[in-house]
Design a protein around this ligand. Sequence first.
Ligand code: HEC
Length: 400
Amino acid sequence: MKKLFFCATLLISVLFGDESFELNATNPIKIDIISLKQNKVNLKNIIPQSTPNELAALTLYSQKEAINEHNIILASGKDFVALIDTGYEKTIDELKTALNARALTPEQITHVIITHSHQDHIGGVKALPNAQILVNEKELGFWQEKSSTEGLNIKTFAPNTELIQGSGIYAIAAYGHTPGHSVIAFGASGTSEAELFASAKFLFLADIFHAYELQAAAPVVASVWDHNKADAIEARKKVINALKAHKTSFIGTHMPYSKRVKFDENSAKIMANLIQSEYIGLLKAHSNEVGLSNGKELYNNICAACHGSKADVKYAGVVPNLCDVNTIADYAWHYKKGTRNRYNMTEIMQEKIKTLSKQDFLDTELYIKSICPRLAKSEEANKEAAGKSSQKSSTPKVQK
Ligand code: HEC
């Protein structure tokens, strides 16, 4: 399965080069997807320790090495030539070469739309002397905290507004990765986010994804570069849902392609196959929600008899209540293997847990932590998680 996945990915990266296409909106524009660079990604560096379930998913994914492009967009209309993001400072030569290949000079760029102010997106602005720089109002302060904006012709925008008059290009808030991180809609019209998502003919996702296949299937997996992880996860879910609902084509900065893709079987058969493959199914099954659901079922069916339905019972008056144990999965795993016998009662538990896998213990720990008041963030969050997880419990279980 993994071999097949790897071959398919390789095939796609060979087939997909930079792409150029026309958008026949009210005001037609030409879009070029340009990759300035390829990066080999070690996913363990992108997504280091987070939750046990995310890590389990990561372990599966990272057995192959991923190659990401570094995409920017060139959008040419009747009276503007705009770039969406500019790459790194160190890829200015590549940027100039790419413009040159399209019979353009840096001086001819009239607008630069910044999705967010990380160095790999703003690094090229200094090579574009005549451009007006458009940046989200929440993002500008973040930019100025890190580097100077002096000498730049900057104009801020609010979300859901047209960025260049008559262009059909709009920014939609996808905050979290950075405070003002925006996705860019093309061929769109409307005044609300819902209208823009529905009308957009193409979306540039910027940094919604760093590990595309993994995060498309399991949006709860945040990358190290997501400044506010909770918000970034919500933004990722929101954007994925909109792309699926409207079958909009899209590309992001750090994706393994430089061509439009869709969450749609017809026009991106290979992608859809990948997303729906057994491999991705495994990743899905390791998401937090499914982990919680699996953990809840296991806990109530097996552990609760001795440790109590709230995990707070002191077994035989000796074994501490589980809410006071920090490394539950690890201890339980050692009990299964017979390498831990703290209270000389190992055998009592061993028989009951002998069929469980490491992932089952991780899932059980996740659930126990969600019901222990000391460990849980709030009762409210628990209820929400428990409610969500029980709805999901029909998801097939992972085979080990
Ligand atoms: C039949 C009763 C029983 C069941 C069922 C049971 N346990 Fe236990 N558990 C025990 C006993 C007894 C011990 C103490 C073992 C020892 O060290 O002698 C224990 C110890 C533990 C400890 C270690 C506590 C510490 O401080 O060392 C953990 C963690 C634990 N159980 C988790 C679980 C989980 C998770 C489940 C369900 C998957 C489970 N147990 C199911 C009886 C049970």
